[in-house]
Design a protein around this ligand. Sequence first.
Ligand code: LMR
Length: 403
Amino acid sequence: MFDNVTAYAGDPILSLNEDFQRDPRSDKVNLSIGIYFDDAGRLPVMAAVDEAERELVAQRRTRPYLPMAGIADYRAAVQELVFGADSAALREARIATLQTIGGSGALKVGSDFLKRYFPDSQVWISDPSWENHRVVFEGSGFQVNTYPYYDGATGGLRFEDMLKTVEGLPAESIVLLHACCHNPTGVDLSQAQWEAILPVLRARRLIAFVDMAYQGFGSDLEQDAFAVRALTDAGVTCLVANSFSKNFSLYGERCGALSVVCRSSEEATRVLGQLTCTVRANYSNPPTHGARIIARVLGDAALRSNWTAELAAMRGRIQVMRQAVHSGLEGHVAGRALSRYLDQRGMFTYTGLSPDQVDCLREVHGVYLLRSGRMCVAGLNQRNVGVVAAAIASVLKHTPANW
Ligand code: LMR
């Protein structure tokens, strides 16, 4: 029956991470997937998460089916974290938010919803973008195009070209934007650049779909939400997919949310109904455990303050690793190309290494990066950063750099 089923080529991130797990070398280094590891190379259990989980386990709560839209406390906590306690849209009950299965689930629910109501629209993602963006939107039946974004020569942003492309898009085009810590490049718009693009999105009646998977890893929880809040305040039609995988270190719990900013509370009620219907058609309702932990941490002042501090420490450690890899590469990499290790933000640096160089790093040195050249700086630590810098230097000695 399945003779004509073709083999899956694998996913550029998740399959590579699985390859890493199977690699028998004891000195291998995983800088492929977007996961924060601590300085001992371990996946941290955050103290506030641990405490909230212990409390929940002690309560021995039952696990009924959740409402299709998820846990009410969780949804309210998401809204406050993402849009800010003083958000006018929140006060006016204009935001429809539902719990989703991770950030990917939020993108999928949003994309299926948009396809139903904007079947002729096309999607525009940054060049480059997280590999799964294209997959999710094409999976919903959209044509996916790119807008200029990353400047390989400078390691910075092609903002003027991006703006010009967005200015030329037909009304109701869907523009996928990264709120902060752009994946895969680590290059973000400045606040002034966001302010320059907002009126264009509004005037051209474009639909902004913002992916915020790294809130807290750029500047801080508030500043990282700048774009989302500015879009909302500017009255741009906007969807926001957010994820707690990274900032709660709860990857496997698949906790995310989708929010849609509407023009009135009555519209938000209708939109929430249709999002809920999309959930029912896909997986009925979301799971309980991780969302209960997050709702507890965000709803308790002491736990929330501990969590915020621990997240700040994670962010700080990534900065230290950026400095360390930069120092390790000094003398091996031309100065201009090196500054990107310091300037790019969040978990990722777009190294400019070619697929062949990345293959060599993996095969010869056991250092795993994505073939796009994306390095997860959060996988570096005091023990492996010197080894990684030496491996990159060695690869560069044998193959010409492409910057
Ligand atoms: C990544 O970009 O590495 C992470 O977001 C994990 C994933 O699902 O791709």
